[in-house]
Design a protein around this ligand. Structure first.
Ligand code: GTP
Ligand code: MG
Length: 196
């Protein structure tokens, strides 16, 4: 269980992020997929990370310190159609530089909208993670928005598409920031890695 989470700093530059002296877990995924909401749900603090109904809310690399032991990082989303190409390139570079440089990154939590069939941009992103040796797990979001069977169908389709790429199915969790589904499992996954 997470007892305490505090905001530390926002950055565009990974070299100005906190010293990489604690295990780090970062949250990424398409704009509006629910990264900031999930961070708030997992920490039990609805005001920690800023959320919005409009995509493109989170624009910086945001570090939070959890239980004085590990860093949780809220990242800007990818695939936000309404921003210009130059901004997209700047964002992409910022995120990819950060992900490649952070030696304390234990796992990247890649959020996938459980309402959608597999999206090309998500498959491209996890392919990039694989090519760059970035360890990731999949967190399917917004499970409260449809029936359990529909969620399962979309999750299986995504896992099958991932199997085509990796010849393996990535570790995954089904979550909802609204209902709290997946909270215990995701926190337990992280805390186990932190305590190693
Ligand atoms: P960016 O920072 O713009 O990349 O978005 P984000 O991925 O951080 O998404 P955010 O957490 O801001 O949530 C986007 C919208 O989805 C908000 O309107 C949230 O209330 C809603 N939302 C997020 N998670 C859930 C969920 O589990 N269930 C439901 N029903 N809505 C959710
Ligand atoms: Mg956000």
């Amino acid at each position: 269980m997470i007892k305490k989470a505090v905001f530390l700093i926002s950055n565009t530059d990974h070299t100005k992020c906190p010293e990489p002296n604690k295990p780090e877990f970062a949250f990424i995924g398409r704009s509006n997929v629910g990264k900031s909401s999930l961070i708030n749900m997992l920490t039990g603090n609805s005001k920690l990370a800023k959320t919005s109904g409009r995509p493109g809310k989170t624009q910086l690399i945001n570090h939070f310190l959890v239980d004085d032991k590990w860093y949780m990082v809220d990242l800007p989303g990818y695939g936000f159609a309404k921003v210009s190409k130059s901004i997209k390139d700047t964002w992409g570079k910022m995120i990819m530089d950060y992900l490649s440089a952070r030696e304390n990154l234990v796992a990247l939590m890649v959020l996938i909208d459980s309402r959608l069939e597999p999206q090309k941009i998500d498959l491209e992103f996890i392919t990039w993670c694989g090519e760059n040796d970035i360890p990731f797990v999949l967190l399917f979001t917004k499970s409260d928005k449809q029936s359990k069977s529909r969620t399962k169908e979309n999750v299986n389709r995504f896992l099958n598409a991932a199997f085509e790429i990796f010849q393996d199915k990535p570790q995954h969790y089904i979550t909802s920031a609204t209902s709290g589904e997946g909270k215990e499992e995701v926190v337990a996954f992280i805390e186990e890695l932190v305590s190693e």
